[in-house]
Design a protein around this ligand. Structure first.
Ligand SMILES: Nc1ncnc2c1ncn2[C@@H]1O[C@H](COP(=O)(O)OP(=O)(O)OP(=O)(O)O)[C@@H](O)[C@H]1O
Length: 267
């Protein structure tokens, strides 16, 4: 369902230039631009009926990776296939199969969730009755009866996040790509989103999501990829990882691997 090969994304950043001799109050004169790889040669597959977790700390490259998979960012190199469609050949067909939740989704405050879902259904060229049917299903799945007709500006953080996720469901995609879907939510709101991901897995959908909550990934994911400085440093099921690294705790695995590379405390 998702196939990724040798994926890279480089950005340009401004860094201090130790070689510049210019004596000036203007700090900009002592800087230079350099390219760096935010995602470095990443390959993986994610099948039907699987939840895959991308785990890593702030700045590890999770969002950059997911944005490329969601078709928001163009890779510097590498291949992405979604539901059999190659991004380089048929990006639109690939994108139709994706429900992508970005980390900073902004919704239209003056609309209600129902109006928002209806608008997005039209953007996907769905028929009116098809949209209505899909909305009724989404209301049940995401438990939105209580606030489906309220203005979005009056929703709580958890209700807002459920609405953002609902927006990804309207066109019944095969693949979900969620960037930190439970970030900042209380246990009850997180639980409803986690339960939703489990139920979609059980329907045979593919769920790829990023998080830095190791315990959450431990209970939810069929397979985990640990990302650090743009590279996958470990992968496997939770049990495989614990056995391989001889510990009961994903957090310890990550910290040990990052410190072995001598770069745990950088950045
Ligand atoms: N548009 C950009 N231009 C330059 N650098 C960028 C850009 N987007 C991301 N980066 C850099 O790429 C690296 C990876 O960032 P990314 O947002 O993918 O990390 P992340 O794992 O999602 O972090 P977080 O958990 O904090 O959201 C960081 O060093 C970040 O500063």
């Amino acid at each position: 369902m998702i196939e990724v090969r040798d994926l890279c994304k480089s950005f340009t950043r401004v860094v201090k230039d130790e070689n510049k001799k210019t004596i000036s109050k203007n700090i900009k004169l002592k800087t230079k631009k350099e390219d760096f790889l935010a995602v470095n040669n990443v390959s993986f597959k994610c099948g039907k009926g699987e939840i895959i977790g991308i785990l890593g700390p702030n700045g590890a490259g999770k969002t950059t990776l997911l944005r490329m998979l969601g078709g928001i960012l163009t890779p510097t190199s590498g291949e992405i296939k979604i539901a059999g469609y190659d991004y380089s050949e048929d990006k639109n067909a690939a994108k139709k199969e994706i429900g992508y939740l970005s980390g900073n989704t902004k919704l239209y405050n003056r609309l209600s969730p129902r109006e928002l879902l209806s608008t997005f259904g039209s953007l996907y060229n769905m028929e009116k009755d098809e949209i209505q049917k899909s909305i009724e299903e989404i209301i049940k799945v995401m438990d939105m009866e209580n606030f489906i007709d309220n203005r979005i500006e009056n929703l709580s953080t958890g209700q807002n996040q459920r609405t953002s996720i609902a927006r990804c469901l309207i066109h019944s995609p095969q693949v979900y790509i969620f960037d930190e879907p439970t970030l900042g939510l209380d246990v009850i709101s997180s639980k409803s989103i986690i339960d939703f991901m489990k139920s979609e897995r059980d329907k045979g959908k593919t769920v790829l999501y990023s998080t830095h909550y190791m315990e959450e990934a431990e209970t939810l994911c069929d397979k985990i990829y640990m990302i650090h400085k743009g590279e996958f440093i470990a992968s496997g099921s939770c049990e495989e990882l614990k056995e391989k690294y001889n510990t009961n705790n994903l957090r310890d695995i990550f910290i040990n691997l990052a410190s072995q590379r001598g770069d745990l405390l950088e950045d």
